[in-house]
Write a protein that binds this ligand. Structure first.
Ligand code: MRU
Length: 343
């Protein structure tokens, strides 16, 4: 999966998405022709990961240019936690407003397409910068642990946490990767392992509940994960199971890093308590490997994300550099350098 791999493609007026629900057994590309197709793909996690959801939604607006408002609302309703979704949709809406006010409504679809392509490319470039900044935090021989999948599959390409892993590996600063399997949908066992084997980076899969045993033995020198939303105080929402890893890291003095582009930092969210946490269908928990594993009458709770408080985060590795606590200040400074109004 060297340079240029993206789970998202635009071809002949269609959005093609690599169906992540079928990996690693099958590599099937979904053809989306309507915003409804894109919304369905986001809901069932055929396309997933905060930046990838944002870019897919941008192309969804292209497909829905004829009834822009309906496409915007539909796409926004798909998943609540990853802020890149709203970030991309709001940018698309601002462009629509400019195009319509400028009397160029007939060109709306073409203008949206050019914009979505730029967004796609910008995300890959942001991830490469994250990788280059993150690489310098690693030392030869380091073993890193990661949770969920924050690789090329979760972005427009290259990945955030796995982009850092790839950059550290290429620089000779990494020995191997521990991959949490990430129950219930197994993004670690199915997707991160798939990516790391394609990158030929040594890795070993562990059950989520092994992390404590592995860290306590001194077998983990760094932890790096992605994010779905970072609040202005530095609190981080990411795949459920991230918070316990951060607590373990603090207990054992292992640096816990979060890799994310500025598009994942929500300046409209004051703290983690304000981040909406997606609850998914209990069926995902009571089933495993295609069959029911809990008794018929068992009720389950399926929180898709948790919040790691800023005090447990050693650094945020962003496309604008490595941000350190206090995050309120370092985040504000990262945005001020951009001339970018952000959220
Ligand atoms: O439910 P998912 O698979 O979309 O959750 C994905 C994650 O939690 C990722 O770590 C996050 O979106 C960052 S992806 C670069």
């Amino acid at each position: 999966m060297a340079d240029g791999f993206s789970p998202i493609r635009w071809s002949d007026g269609e959005l093609l998405l690599l169906d992540q629900t079928l990996l690693p057994e099958q590599e099937v590309w979904l053809h989306c022709r309507r915003p409804e197709d894109v919304a369905g793909a986001i809901r069932r996690l055929s396309v997933r990961g905060a930046p990838a959801i944002g870019v897919a939604a941008a192309y969804g607006l292209v497909l829905g240019a004829g009834d822009f408002g309906a496409a915007y609302d539909l796409l926004l309703s798909t998943r609540p936690t990853a802020v890149n979704l709203r970030w991309a949709l709001d940018r698309g809406r601002a462009l629509r407003d400019r195009v319509v006010e400028g009397g160029e409504g007939k060109q709306l679809r073409a203008r949206l397409l050019a914009w979505a392509r730029d967004l796609h490319q910008e995300d890959i470039e942001a991830n490469r910068r994250i990788g280059a900044f993150g690489r310098d935090l690693f030392e030869e021989g380091d073993r890193v642990l990661t949770h969920c999948n924050a690789g090329a599959l979760a972005t427009a390409g290259y990945g955030t946490a796995i982009g850092v892993v790839e950059a550290a590996w290429s620089a000779g600063r990494l020995a191997s990767v521990w991959v949490d399997e990430t129950r219930p949908l197994l993004q670690g066992s199915r997707l991160t392992t798939w990516e790391l084997s394609r990158l030929a980076i040594p890795h070993r899969l562990i059950t989520d509940n092994s992390a404590g045993a592995i860290i306590a033995r001194g077998w983990v020198q760094k932890i790096v994960v992605g994010a779905d939303r970072v609040a202005v105080n530095g609190d981080v929402a990411n795949k459920v199971g991230t918070y316990p890893v951060a607590v373990l890291a603090a207990r054992h003095g292992v640096p816990f890093y979060v890799a994310a582009p500025l598009s994942t930092i929500d300046r409209g969210t004051a703290s983690g308590a304000d981040i909406p946490i997606e609850k998914r269908d209990a069926e995902e928990v009571v089933h495993a490997f295609g069959k029911r594993i809990a008794p018929q009458d068992t009720e389950a709770l399926n929180l898709a994300f948790d919040v790691t408080p800023a005090e447990l985060v050693a650094a945020l590795i962003t496309d604008a550099g490595v941000l350190r606590p206090p995050y309120r200040e370092s985040i504000a400074e990262a945005f001020s350098g951009r001339g970018d109004p952000g959220h």
